[in-house]
Design a protein around this ligand. Structure first.
Ligand SMILES: O=C(O)C1=C[C@@H](OP(=O)(O)O)[C@@H](O)[C@H](O)C1
Ligand SMILES: C=C(OP(=O)(O)O)C(=O)O
Length: 449
């Protein structure tokens, strides 16, 4: 919801060994898609392991506003869908809270139905660019009326007579790709999306699982995804794997905190999501994948992370950026505890997330005594070595869950306490972060410095 409550300051202090098992929640990307595709299927989709973070709960509420029934019974979420093209016009504003994924995918899903809907979010989401989605939706015949700069609040008037579209996505964004595919569901004929760099492919996988005809080809132009419109989607039983982007926090905390040995079981390791773990291994992290297996069409393993005092800074290749885009903030916390310089390039997209993540991390890291250089689409962190980060600062989380969690992780290995001015946004993606981390032995607590 857009009304963000009073700030919740949180502190993090140098901790003894982190040990035990960290059961992180379900994948955020897959959770949003389960609810949206469930709402577009004919009949009842059942979802277990759904992330019950505020971002996903806002998407559940939105699906109800478009006419789907969404309710939790026991451990299972039941979504009674209205069929492709069956969305009702909401009689109130759709509030997507803090969630770029929620608003952009839902705009896509309604854009080829002849209804209107008005979207808003919190101060962070209302500052983020939406033209990247409304430009391709206009090709289907949808119209967008938003604030200047293509910002929310925004009304989308869906196309009542949509045309299929061929669209090359100009930025590496799974949200834009997914919005176009979801719009293509209710357009006749074939909608084609081309992406130069492969981004997370959960939409393609799940659309196929629901019975849509989806073809993916790797060509010289990039990945070409062809969707045949107006299918009848068949309801599914979905088991959501655990989120690698959330697993990143206990994993990175264990790597930098002396004596730690932490198991993070059942993590989804779709190659379009797993770039952080490759990067950490290249830095010399003691990180292993145990019991690799397949579950629900996604590769899964148990991650084991142990304190790794000898990590070295590296150059992270730009072509890996999409597969770890949400993990750069916490990677920069690890880089601060490594030896030498970690250079991260091809990461312009970090500037348009819940906050400008390069700026937010750079300012906070500098306040903690860490040297950071930055340019428009790159940044570099010079590590202080294990146990070498001075800390002792209060940093701003800027309505950004990943900034808040990254500094709380860094505080576990810093010489003096790190305070985050508002840890409230953590509830958007990882509502059990605080109890999970404290159960491992992390000295994270509510309250100011
Ligand atoms: O499609 C998705 O589920 C997501 C795509 C990414 O955003 P972009 O599409 O803006 O890269 C990512 O940052 C976000 O957390 C989730
Ligand atoms: C960028 C993120 O989310 P979204 O774009 O959905 O707000 C994120 O979770 O790091």
């Amino acid at each position: 919801m857009s009304s963000h409550g009073a700030p919740i300051p949180m502190t993090s202090d140098r901790s003894g060994p982190l040990t035990g098992t960290a059961d992180v929640p379900g994948d955020k990307s897959i959770s949003h898609r389960s609810l949206i595709l469930g709402a577009l299927a004919v009949g009842e989709t059942k979802v277990t392991g759904l992330l019950e973070g505020q971002d996903v709960l806002d998407t559940a509420a939105a699906m109800r506003s478009f006419g789907a029934e969404v309710e939790k019974r026991g451990d299972t979420w039941h979504v009674h869908g209205v069929g492709v093209g069956g969305f009702e016009e909401p009689d109130h504003v759709i509030d997507c809270g803090n969630s770029g994924t929620g608003v952009r995918l839902i705009m896509g899903a309604m854009a080829t139905t002849g209804i209107a809907a008005t979207f808003t979010g919190d101060a962070s989401l209302n500052g983020r660019p939406m033209a990247r989605v409304t430009d391709p939706l206009a090709l289907f015949g949808a119209q967008a009326f938003g604030r200047s700069g293509g910002r929310l609040p925004m009304t989308i008037l869906g196309a009542s007579d949509p045309l299929p579209v061929r669209y090359a996505v100009p930025v590496p964004s799974a949200q834009v790709k997914s919005a176009v595919l979801l719009a293509g569901l209710n357009a006749p004929g074939e909608t084609v999306v081309i992406e130069r760099e492969a981004t997370r492919d959960h939409s393609e996988r799940m659309l196929a699982g629901f019975g849509a005809e989806v073809r993916v080809e790797d060509t010289d132009e990039g990945r070409v995804i062809t969707l045949t419109g107006q299918p009848e989607l068949r309801p599914q039983e979905i088991v959501v794997p655990r989120d690698p982007s959330s697993a990143a926090f206990p994993v990175c905390a264990a790597l930098i905190t002396e004596g730690s040995d932490v198991l993070v079981p059942n993590i989804g390791l779709n190659p379009t999501r797993a770039g952080l773990f490759t990067t950490l291994q290249e830095m010399g992290a003691d990180l292993t994948f145990e019991n690799p297996r397949e579950e629900g069409g996604e590769p899964v393993a148990d991650l084991r992370a142990r304190f790794s005092p000898g990590m070295k800074g590296i150059e992270v290749p730009p072509e890996r950026a999409a597969s770890m885009i949400d993990e750069y903030p916490v990677l920069s916390a690890v880089a601060a505890c490594a030896e030498g310089r970690t250079l991260m390039t091809g990461v312009r997209e970090l500037r348009v997330k819940e906050s400008d993540r390069i700026d937010a991390m750079a300012k906070g890291l500098r306040a903690c005594g860490v040297e950071v250089e930055e340019g428009e689409d790159w940044w570099a962190v010079t590590g202080r070595g294990a146990g070498g980060v001075p800390g002792g600062a209060t940093v701003e989380s800027r309505l950004d869950h990943r900034i808040a969690m990254s500094f709380l992780v860094l505080g576990l290995a810093a010489q003096a306490r790190i305070t985050v001015d508002d840890a409230g946004p953590i509830a958007t993606s990882f509502p059990v972060f605080e109890p999970l981390m404290t159960a491992l032995g992390a000295r994270i607590a509510r309250g100011g410095a």
